[in-house]
Every structure is written in C-alpha cells, then in structure tokens.
Design a protein around this ligand. Structure first.
Ligand code: PLP
Length: 389
C-alpha cells in the first residue's frame, strides 16, 4: 500500500517520480523508542510505552481513559460490545464511510441503519438522522470523514432527546476541531485508528477513548479475553472475549508520533492550502470543505468532479494521473451497496443520492504529511493537463 517516493515511472521519453497517495512521516524519536521497547524485553501487551501512549493520547482528546487496541476496527467492535449492543438492536451509521463501521455492527449481530452524506462536508447528514430513529435504535456511530469533523452539536442534542449513545469514529481525524473541541472528546466514547496512512501511526493499531470509567473498564475487559479484572489469573472466564491488545512496541512508535502530532497536522493543513491555491479556479471541481465551526486535518485531500463541466471521467482522470506517477484512490463505496447488506437495501437506493454521487465522482490525491510543495505542484499540473486536454 505504501510505496516509496523514489519509485521512477517511464512515460514515453519522460521519467516521473512516483508520488504515493500517503506515506507515514517519522520526524522524531520513533526508532529510539521502538529499539528501546525491543531491548527492554517488553514486546507484548505490557510495558511502559503502552501506559504513556494511552494516557497521553486520551489526554490529547480531552478524555481521561484510553484503551489501546490492535486496530481501529477492533476499537469499534469493543465499543459496541461494551455498550451492550447485540441482536435486535439498531445502530445509525453513515452510508458514506469505510467498511469497518458496518462490520463492527455486524460482528455484534445488530442492524446497521445508514444515513446519506452531506453534499458539502461529505459527513453523515445530521438532518436526516431523526427519521431513522425507532425503539430499536441504541446508538449513533458518527465518523469524521477525511479529517473533517461531523456536525456534532445537533447530533448530540438529538441523541440526548432519544436516550441514544454517541460513538465518534475519529479514525481519520486525530486532532481535528469542532467549535474548538478536539474530535474524540465529544461523544460518549470514541475510536481511533493508527494504521500506516493515519495522522499518526503505530503500524497497525487503534484506541478507544472515553470519559466514562465503567465503559473504559468494559472495553479493557472484552479486549483482554474477558480475564477477570479484579482477581488473580485463574483462567476462569465468564464471557466470550477478544484479544485486541496493542503491543508495547507499537505503543513506542505511537508515543514518538504523538510527540509531533501538531507538526504533522500543520503539514497536512499547509498541503491542503497549497492544493486549494492551485485547484480552486477549475470549474466543476469540488474541493475539501472546511466549515466555519471546524478545523479539518485534511487526512485525505478529496476531489469531486462535476461530470457536466469536466470532460474526462473520474476513472480516466485517475488513469491519466497514474501515467504521470500520481497515485490516487477512488472515494468509498456506499455501505448500502456492500454485498453483505445490499439485498436489504435494494429498495432504498433513492435514499442515498449524495453518497452514491460521491462514490461515483470522488477520488483523493496524494495526501501524506511528507509531500513537498514541488510534489503538490506536479500533481496540480497533471490535473490541469488532464482537464484541459
Ligand atoms: C472511518 C474509519 N473507521 C475505521 C477504520 C478502521 O481502522 P483500521 O484499519 O485500523 O482497522 C478506518 C480505516 O481506515 C476508517 O477510515
């Protein structure tokens, strides 16, 4: 997935450097901490880096409890388990998102209920949630898509009125702000991913953060194979648990990344500003938003083309960019079209016009924090060439 910037591509007589869609950037003590963890012998899921990483990352989100996990998907599953969500329950989920949200709901035997996307922010359209709530609804799972915070205030008010839990999926948005508050610190409980392309990485990994001590304890319990929390190990288990524990080596990497998170976010924001300067004049190209209440971290720099105004199709445009060494990725496929639920949603196609449109006409550009201004210029020149040719 993460190719190297130095890869050369030959197009006829010209040679291009390949610009990857996203690579991790290690600016600080990553190798020191990882080597220290290995040398100390604390290589599994105990060790000093874990506690530091959990404490410091949860504090960064403004929450007292952090439970590090093997992935963002595991964090989502743990949260739903800890909230007691199961068969016959419904969970409200964005239709335009990454498949881990859908899977986590299905792991629990519950029913995902999808909500269409907002055409401007690409997040779940909060004004369309109320009509999906019924007595079976237990929680709203809100994702902050591509680094832009979801409109949390109306969502939190709605959830409060209906007695629903709010889970933030901030896998793509570490450090993003909504009305001055960091994402992950607004719902009842939140999940993060530290996959290699995320704002900070532990290789693979994730974290649950919350202000609720009892929920935090239940997450730790389920993620640690349901070993009793208050007794010596007797290998007696009352419930089915999961091994979702992060290792001390991963936490060492995460802690070093966290020490530079403000710089990494600033680089993403600077890259977004450079892209905007060079692309905003192209008619028919929708650029990533930043609403007045929000500070995005521009995890991925997405574009949506208007097919009435732009000649090449989205896929042809991406091919053209690939031929010039510019990696791209199409936007998510809507959840209601995923094979495991598509039959149930077959009659509801008309409920998801925005998410269908984003999926058909959206894609994202190289977005790593390590991009140079020359890289961004190359990408933008290729886009201009593709659109006017
Ligand atoms: C919004 C969202 N949630 C959850 C995940 C799952 O995280 P992981 O890949 O660490 O399991 C991702 C991963 O990209 C994501 O984008």
């Amino acid at each position: 997935m993460l190719s190297k910037i130095s890869t050369k591509i030959n197009l006829k007589t010209q040679t291009f450097n390949k610009i990857p869609v996203c690579e991790p950037l290690f600016l600080g003590r990553e190798t020191d901490y990882v080597l220290d963890a290995v040398r100390s012998g604390w290589v599994s899921s105990k060790g000093p880096y874990l506690k530091k990483f959990e404490d410091q990352f949860s504090a960064f989100c403004g929450r007292p409890y952090g439970i590090a996990t093997t992935s963002g998907t595991a964090a989502l599953h743990l949260v739903l388990k800890a909230l007691g969500i199961g068969k016959d329950d419904e969970v409200i989920v964005p239709d335009f998102t990454m498949v881990a949200l859908l899977f986590a709901v299905l792991y629990c035997g519950a029913k995902p209920v999808f909500v269409d996307a907002d055409p401007v922010t690409w997040n779940m359209d909060v004004s369309k949630i109320a009509s999906k709530i019924n007595p079976k609804t237990k929680a709203i799972l809100a994702a902050h898509i591509y680094g832009h915070p979801c409109d949390m205030d109306p969502l939190l008010n709605l959830a409060k009125r209906h007695g629903l839990k709010v889970i933030e999926d901030a896998a793509e948005a570490h450090g993003a702000l909504y009305k001055g508050k960091r994402v992950g610190g607004m719902g009842d409980i939140s999940c993060f991913s530290f996959y290699g392309n995320k704002i900070i990485t532990t290789g693979e990994g994730g974290m649950v953060v919350t202000g609720d001590a009892a929920l935090a304890e239940r997450c730790r319990y389920y993620g640690n194979l349901c070993f009793p929390m208050d007794a010596t190990r007797q290998y007696r288990h009352e419930e089915v648990g999961y091994n979702y524990r992060m290792t001390n080596i991963q936490a060492a990497l995460g802690l070093a990344q966290l020490e530079n998170i403000d710089t990494l976010i600033q680089k993403k924001r600077d890259n977004a500003a450079l892209y905007r300067q060079q692309l905003e004049k192209i008619e028919g190209l929708q650029l990533p938003p930043e609403s007045k209440d929000a500070q995005s971290v521009f995890w991925m720099y997405g574009l949506v083309i208007d097919p009435k105004k732009i000649k090449p199709t989205r896929d042809r445009l991406c091919e053209f960019l690939a031929e010039r060494g510019v990696e791209t990725r199409p936007f998510f496929m809507p959840m209601h079209r995923q094979k495991m639920v598509a039959k149930e949603y077959a009659n509801l196609e008309k409920d998801y016009p925005v998410s269908n449109l984003l999926s058909e006409f959206g894609f994202y550009l190289p977005s790593g924090a390590g991009l140079t201004s020359e890289n961004i210029e190359t990408v933008c020149e290729a886009i201009h060439a593709a659109i006017i040719s």
